[in-house]
Design a protein. Structure first.
Length: 195
């Protein structure tokens, strides 16, 4: 379980294809604190640490993960948002995030809002929807939805988030990972027979 509050940004050091799996080596100051078998969120994707080096660590993404997320687009030097699993008893500063990405979205607009930015994303899945002022996870970042429409939503990004996540690398046309709010998903499933 995660909170969507990014701890740091890592840099992709190496990508190794092993059959249908992808071994991802990430340079990060977190490496010194990690242990094998720990869960870490990578752009919102929960992956297990399989190897730890002095300044980097390795995780494995399987085919299903690659098919459903933007991890398949990673290249050496890419920046990736990182968050370790929350500890029981910690403050929940963002919202409850599982690290189970529901799909991807494409950035279709970035608007300068005179001190912040409004990013608009379009997604195709009819299985999910956003709620105005509800929570959404974009590349692992817990955000509040604004301008919720069918298949589209916007988020406001403050300078701190812009500078301390990989939002600074997102451009029009960039693919991002989405995890819709878990509570919203449960409510929608419960209400489905009545819709």
């Amino acid at each position: 379980m995660f909170t969507g509050i990014i701890e740091t940004v890592g840099e992709i050091n190496q990508l190794i294809q092993e059959g249908e799996n992808l071994q991802i080596e990430i340079n990060s100051p977190l490496a010194q604190e990690l242990k094998i078998d720990q869960s870490v969120s990578h752009n919102g994707v929960c992956l297990t640490v399989v190897k730890v080096k002095e300044a980097s660590y390795v995780v494995t993404a399987i085919k299903e993960t690659l098919d459903k997320t933007n991890l398949k687009k990673l290249k050496k030097g890419c920046l990736i948002n990182l968050e370790r699993a929350m500890k029981l008893g910690d403050r929940l500063d963002g919202h409850m995030v599982q690290g189970h990405v529901d799909g991807t979205a494409i950035c279709n607009n970035i608007q300068d809002a005179n001190g912040s930015w409004i990013f608009t994303f379009e997604y195709k899945s009819a299985d999910f929807s956003t709620v105005e002022k509800g929570s959404i996870t974009v590349n692992g970042v817990s955000l509040t939805v604004v301008n919720s429409k069918k298949g589209e939503f916007s988020v406001a990004i403050i300078p701190y988030t812009f500078e301390n996540t990989n939002f600074k690398t997102i451009e029009k046309g960039s693919a991002v990972n989405l995890e819709f709010d878990i509570i919203g998903k449960y409510v929608k499933n419960l209400m489905q027979p009545y819709l």
